[in-house]
Design a binder for this molecule. Structure first.
Ligand SMILES: C[S@@+](CC[C@H](N)C(=O)[O-])C[C@H]1O[C@@H](n2cnc3c(N)ncnc32)[C@H](O)[C@@H]1O
Length: 257
């Protein structure tokens, strides 16, 4: 039926109005609404902890390196949700895929228990030939040099909690790094291409404790960015219950059964 309408002479002007009026993008973005349930950050905390009691005062990072930067750190609403979670739940073993400037690592360090241990993984420019980086524009924009990587957490009083790993997440092997057997909390925020998100998620699942939390960043459900994260997380949610989108953020969450 749709094909007949599309082939008729009336379709062209109708199609033009449909696109120009903004109706098409509305319909399209509605069809992309998260298929997983959207819940508040407070509800997620309650599902994990069976309590909404705050145990730490939130701490935020307000420092900037000397050089200009744009891509990388999470937007404030996502940092606020993450910080709220950290101040309500004691995560003692934390792993982050994707350090970048280390702003989120700094939030993890400042808002976790005194005895918490944090591992954060990234690659750096020194690991690649210039010609390789020139072929991958997205990577070239994102990857930093070794001293820039993790710059923000190194400025905090809690730097001793953090261990930096420089390795490609595709090649990363938990067993070779002397890491704990299992983690309380893992954040997936490295390369946003489908195969990488899938790889990092599968690795995270294998090392997450029962009842532990997995967060994906850049779960954007409009067509503006990182559609592979949205696609993979939705696929994951089809076979794993307890995947949620956090309201007002670009974070998706999974509580491991
Ligand atoms: C969006 S940034 C991370 C932002 C950081 N989590 C934050 O909130 O500040 C993505 C990072 O993933 C890193 N990355 C890209 N491909 C990677 C790979 N194959 N293995 C490890 N890290 C990778 C990039 O170098 C970049 O620093």
């Amino acid at each position: 039926m749709l094909e007949i309408i599309k082939n008729s002479p009336f379709w062209s002007p109708f199609s033009w109005i449909y696109r120009k009026s903004g109706l098409k993008s509305k319909v399209y973005s509605r069809s992309l609404k998260p298929p997983v349930q959207t819940i508040t950050t407070q509800s997620l905390i309650y599902l994990i902890n069976r309590s909404n009691k705050k145990i730490r005062q939130e701490k935020y990072v307000d420092i900037k390196p000397d050089v200009a930067f744009d891509a990388g750190p999470m937007p404030p609403e996502d940092i606020a949700a993450l910080t709220m979670i950290l101040c309500h739940i004691d995560f003692n073993t934390i792993f982050e895929f994707g350090t970048n400037w280390g702003y989120t690592t700094a939030s993890l360090a400042l808002n976790s228990p005194t005895a918490a241990q944090i591992w954060t993984l990234d690659i750096c420019k020194e690991m690649y030939q210039d010609s390789y980086l020139q072929e991958d524009k997205e990577l070239a924009e994102m990857v930093l040099n070794q001293t820039q990587t993790g710059w923000a957490y190194k400025q905090t009083s809690e730097v001793h909690k953090v261990r930096q790993i420089f390795q490609d997440s595709l090649k990363f092997n938990w067993d070779t790094n002397g890491l704990p057997e299992a983690f309380d909390f893992i954040l997936v925020d490295a390369c946003h291409k489908y195969d990488f998100v899938k790889n990092d998620t599968i690795k995270a699942c294998n090392r997450l404790k029962s009842g532990g939390l997995l967060l994906w960043h850049d779960y954007y459900y409009d067509v503006s960015a990182w559609t592979d994260v949205f696609k993979y997380v939705n696929e994951f949610a089809k076979i794993h219950p307890r995947v949620y989108h956090l309201a007002g953020t670009h974070l998706a969450a999974w509580i491991k059964p």
